[in-house]
Structure formats: structure tokens, C-alpha cells
Design a binder for this molecule. Structure first.
Ligand code: AHG
Ligand code: MN
Ligand code: MN
Length: 346
């Protein structure tokens, strides 16, 4: 299918106007047992993304910039847009009762929606990823991960429903609020991207069946932390910057400071994102449940690879809602090279 990108808005034929709602409905055939629930909750997430987008694109206009003065459970300064996005997602999605329990980066404990009697799903999310970039008009995003509850009584939903292996996810996705707003999701049947058309208020299919290249030419890591890296990471950085045309080196460095933006670029054009263990963060800085797991599910569905440098992200047994993990994610061949340095094989 011709992507919308080659057909400027207004010139596309009706067959190209596939909204995310319609696409999600078509995915329902893979989940006969879901009785349309998964469809409804994915649409709830898409709706919440539209609400967050509205404020993010106006952030420069509306006085919601700057620090809210509070700090979140991570001990980080929380900007108003973080709080806003968090509240919007909880309220817009919690009201329909389709989720039995939620977990957010901005909330220390689990969130039991006021109405959860019919929900058999779990939503874990990072309401605003890349918040250090809010005030400077650099892409930020929302990341979400969906599981079924382990039991069949939503009223008994608890933290244990939130601490499932990443391979148990039924859906995952992200929204990137950038030069255009794109929502990408998977239900385990390929990865699909939708670009928001503000003239009709819809996310329209623009990247069907995203397949990530086996290798790329970008590496994404915060080299400012060089002194905090272990020997393996330092050796990897020396390697990836050496001139060697046969292996496409030196790679170019691209690091935006918004995981979702770095991940999205590497997913489309190839490359590797690394947040390794550091002397400050022995398990890296990124969170397993609402950053690494959803992106790992998407990455593997697109043919890529995601590990903590040694173990598949989706196989990690979670123990805490906000636990951190090192993250090596992107094009399979590039991730393997970085892992080999981390493991001391190279
Ligand atoms: P969040 O804004 O949700 O806390 O996420 C920020 C993360 C991630 O988006 C980004 O890749 C990383 O922090 C950047 O960390 P450093 O500034 O330590 O490189
Ligand atoms: Mn984040
Ligand atoms: Mn965040």
C-alpha cells in the first residue's frame, strides 16, 4: 500500500484512509476470545493520545511548562506536562472500566480505576517519555504496555498482575509527539504506524507492517556518561567509531534524550540504542515495565532484538513496578555486537 507520506493529505484515495480504530478492529480477528475488549481499550489509548497530543503541541502556548515543583517516585523533577499527561491517561482510560489495574511511571503504587468491575486488562505506561525535552520543543512520547490480568476476577487485581514477564504482553505501543504525531502499536501481529491528521482528528495508517533493518548506521548512547561506563561499553564505543568500511564503521551517533524518539528512528532506518549499566545506575536508568518491555515487544515484532546486554528483555522476571534494566535494543546485528562487548566476548 502506498504510504500516506507519498500522497499529501487530500489526494489519498478512500482505500488509503485507514484509521487506527478501523485497523484495531481488523486485528480483533486474532483475539476471538477477547470479545472486542482489546479493541475497545486500544481505542481508549488512542483517544487518550489525542488528548495528550493537544496539550503537547500547545505546550509553548499554554502555561504548563516548567517544573511542577514536585518530584516523582524516581526522585526526578516532574514537569507539568508529565502530570497532565498522567492524569489525562488515567482519567480518559480509567472511566470505561476496561482496565482492572494500571501502573504509571508517575505513580508510586498501582492505580485501581474507580470503575474496574469489567476490566480484564492491565495498563502500564510512561505518560511522557523524554520529559527533559518538553521546554525545548524536541520530540517526546508516551509508551504503553497491555497485559491480561492473571486471574478472572478484576476486583482482585493486584501488583502481581502488573509484574508479568514481557512475553505475556497482549499489546504495546507508543506515541511520538514530534514534527508529526505518530502512534505505533503491535498486538503480536506485526508493527503498524499511524500518523495524526489534525484536519480530521484521526490517526491514519502510514507505516503498515514495519520491519526494522538487520543493521543500521546509527548508535544511540549518552557518551557524556563515558566515565561511568564499564570496560565493555568503553571498548564498544572505541570499536563503533573506528574507520572500517567493510562493517560500515564509523557509525553516526544520534542521541535525542527521548528514548521513544531514538527508538522510533532506529526502528525505521536501523541502528542500536544502548542505556548500559553505569557506576551511578547499576541497572541503567530505564524502567523495565513501561519502557523496556513495550519497546522490546515492538522491536521483536519488527524483526529486531532487545536485551539487557545478556538476557532477552521479555524473559526478565519482574520483581518491582519501577525496576530498572540496562537496555540494548534495535537492529539485531548491531545489538549482538554491543552485547559481545558487554559480555567480554570481543
Ligand atoms: P522519562 O522522561 O520518562 O523519565 O524518560 C527519560 C529517559 C529516556 O527517554 C531517555 O532516553 C533517557 O531518559 C535519557 O537519559 P540520560 O539523560 O541519562 O541520557
Ligand atoms: Mn521514559
Ligand atoms: Mn516519563
Amino acid at each position: 500500500m502506498e504510504s500516506l507520506i507519498n500522497n499529501p493529505p487530500g489526494t489519498e484515495s478512500m482505500s488509503q484512509l485507514i484509521t487506527i480504530e478501523r485497523h484495531i478492529l481488523e486485528q480483533q480477528k486474532y483475539f476471538p476470545e477477547a470479545h472486542g475488549e482489546l479493541t475497545e481499550l486500544l481505542n481508549d489509548v488512542a483517544f487518550a493520545a489525542k488528548l495528550v497530543r493537544r496539550e503537547v503541541v500547545r505546550a509553548g502556548l499554554v502555561d504548563i511548562l516548567g517544573f511542577a515543583g514536585s518530584t516523582n517516585v524516581q526522585g526526578e523533577e516532574v514537569k507539568k506536562l508529565d502530570l497532565f499527561a498522567n492524569e489525562k491517561i488515567i482519567n480518559a482510560i480509567g472511566q470505561h472500566g476496561r482496565f482492572a489495574v494500571m501502573g504509571s511511571e508517575e505513580n508510586e503504587g498501582i492505580i485501581i480505576p474507580p470503575k474496574n468491575d469489567s476490566g480484564s486488562y492491565v495498563l502500564l505506561f510512561d505518560p511522557l517519555d523524554g520529559s527533559s525535552n518538553i521546554d525545548v520543543n524536541v520530540s517526546v512520547g508516551t509508551i504503553f504496555s497491555i497485559y491480561r490480568i492473571k486471574g478472572d476476577d478484576p476486583s482482585k487485581a493486584s501488583i502481581s498482575d502488573c509484574l508479568q514477564h514481557g512475553y505475556e504482553q497482549v499489546a504495546a505501543g507508543y506515541v511520538i509527539y514530534g514534527s508529526s504525531v505518530v502512534m505505533v502499536y503491535t498486538t503480536g501481529h506485526g508493527v503498524h504506524g499511524f500518523t495524526y491528521d489534525p484536519t480530521i482528528g484521526e490517526f491514519l495508517l502510514s507505516h503498515e507492517n514495519i520491519v526494522t533493518p538487520k543493521s543500521g548506521k546509527y548508535y544511540s548512547i549518552n557518551e557524556g556518561s563515558y566515565e561511568q561506563f564499564n570496560e565493555g561499553t568503553k571498548k564498544y564505543l572505541d570499536y563503533i567509531k573506528k574507520e572500517d568500511p567493510a562493517t560500515g564503521r564509523p557509525y553516526s551517533t544520534r542521541y535525542i534524550g527521548s528514548l521513544v524518539a531514538d527508538f522510533h528512528r532506529n526502528l525505521l532506518v536501523g541502528g542500536v540504542f544502548i542505556y548500559p549499566p553505569t557506576s551511578k545506575h547499576a541497572n541503567g536508568k530505564l524502567r523495565l515495565m513501561y519502557e523496556a518491555n513495550p519497546l522490546a515487544f515492538i522491536c521483536e515484532q519488527a524483526g529486531g532484538r532487545a536485551t539487557n546486554g545478556r538476557e532477552r528483555i521479555l524473559d526478565i522476571q519482574p520483581t518491582e513496578l519501577h525496576q530498572r534494566t540496562p537496555l540494548y535494543i534495535g537492529s539485531t546485528d548491531d545489538v549482538i555486537v554491543a552485547e559481545e562487548f558487554e559480555q567480554g566476548i570481543r
